[in-house]
Design a protein around this ligand. Structure first.
Ligand code: PT1
Length: 271
C-alpha cells in the first residue's frame, strides 16, 4: 500500500496502549482497537497510525515483547480487512520489523530513528518514514525544555537525521519530517514552531503535524482534553497554511471537512 505524499493526508490515531492520553484504556483490547480503526477509516482516514507505547509527557517505556503483542495482531487484521495504509508509531527496531512483516506501510518514530540498528531496519523496510524531533525522553521531557532558537534547532536536527538516513541508503522521497509538538517544548516553543512551519516545509520534505487534543491547546483555551476539538481544528488550518502534508488527528471526519474547505480556497482559479 503506497502513500501519496504529494497531497495533504489525514492520519487517524489508533492507540493500543492501556494508558493512552485521551482514550484512556478504552481501546486496550484488540476488538476495541479494530472497531476504532473501522471508525477512523469510515470517517475518511488516509492512513491509520497505530501505537503500542504512549509517548505523551510522563509516559513510561513499554518492553519490546509487550509492544509487539499489542500492535502486530491489530496490524495483521487491519491489513487483511481494509485498504488503508497502516503506520506504526514506534522507536524500536524489533517492533518495526514485526510491524512491516505484518503489513505496515509506514514507520513513525518520535525518536527519529536514533536507536541503534533502527536506520538499517527502516532502510530495508522500503516504506515511508516519519522522523520526529523530541528534546529529552517522554518521562521527563516537559520538566525544563530549553532552546536558544527552537525553529532553527528543530530544523537542523531533522535535516541531519534525514541526511543520516539517506547516507544509509534510504530513498529521499520516503522521508517525512515532524517538529514534534509537545515533545520537550513549552507553549511558546510550540507556537513558534507552528507559526514558522514554512521553515520546515521549505526543506521540500513533506511535513507531518500532530497537535490534535494536545495540552498546548488546553493551555491556550483552558479546556480539558475531550473539549479541544475546535482548538484542534484551528491548529489544523494553521498547519495546512504553513505547508503541512499530513495531519495526525483523533477527529478524522471533522479534519477532513477542514481540509476540504482549505483546498477549495487554495484551488480556486484566479478571477
Ligand atoms: C506526533 C505524535 C506522534 N504525538 C508523530 N507521532 C504523539 N509523528 C504520538 C500533550 O502535550 O506529534 N507526531 N506520536 C502523542 N504525544 C503527545 C505529546 C501527546 C504531547 C500529548 C501531548 O498533551
Amino acid at each position: 500500500m503506497s502513500i501519496d505524499l504529494t497531497r495533504p493526508q489525514v492520519m487517524g490515531i489508533l492507540n493500543v496502549t492501556p494508558d493512552s492520553f485521551s482514550d484512556g484504556g478504552r481501546f486496550a483490547s484488540r476488538e476495541a482497537a479494530l472497531r476504532q480503526a473501522d471508525r477512523l477509516i469510515q470517517a475518511g482516514a488516509d492512513i491509520v497510525d497505530i501505537g503500542g507505547e504512549s509517548t505523551r509527557p510522563g509516559a513510561q517505556p513499554v518492553a519490546v515483547d509487550e509492544e509487539i503483542e499489542r500492535v502486530v495482531p491489530v496490524i495483521e487484521v487491519l491489513c487483511r480487512h481494509f485498504d488503508v495504509p497502516v503506520s506504526v508509531d514506534t522507536s524500536k527496531p524489533a517492533v518495526m520489523r514485526a510491524a512491516v512483516e505484518a503489513g505496515a506501510g509506514m514507520l513513525n518514530d518520535v525518536n527519529a530513528l536514533q536507536a541503534p540498528g533502527v536506520v538499517e531496519v527502516a532502510v530495508q523496510a522500503r516504506v515511508p518514514v516519519c522522523l520526529m524531533h523530541m528534546q529529552g525522553e517522554p518521562r521527563t521531557m516537559q520538566q525544563a525544555p530549553h532552546y536558544d532558537d527552537v525553529v532553527t534547532e528543530v530544523r537542523d536536527f531533522l535535516l541531519a537525521r534525514a541526511g543520516a538516513c539517506i547516507e544509509a541508503g534510504m530513498s529521499r522521497d520516503r522521508i517525512v519530517l515532524d517538529p514534534g509538538f509537545g515533545f520537550g517544548k513549552t507553549l511558546t516553543h510550540n507556537l513558534q514552531l507552528l507559526k514558522k512551519l514554512p521553515v520546515l516545509a521549505d526543506t521540500d520534505y513533506p511535513v507531518l503535524v500532530g497537535i490534535s487534543r494536545k495540552s498546548m491547546l488546553g493551555a491556550i483555551t483552558g479546556r480539558e482534553v475531550d473539549e479541544r476539538l475546535a482548538g484542534s481544528l484551528a491548529a489544523a488550518v494553521l498547519a495546512l497554511e504553513g505547508g503541512a502534508r499530513i495531519l495526525r488527528v483523533h477527529d478524522v471526519a471533522e479534519t477532513r471537512d477542514v481540509l476540504a474547505v482549505w483546498k477549495a480556497v487554495r484551488d480556486l482559479a484566479p478571477q
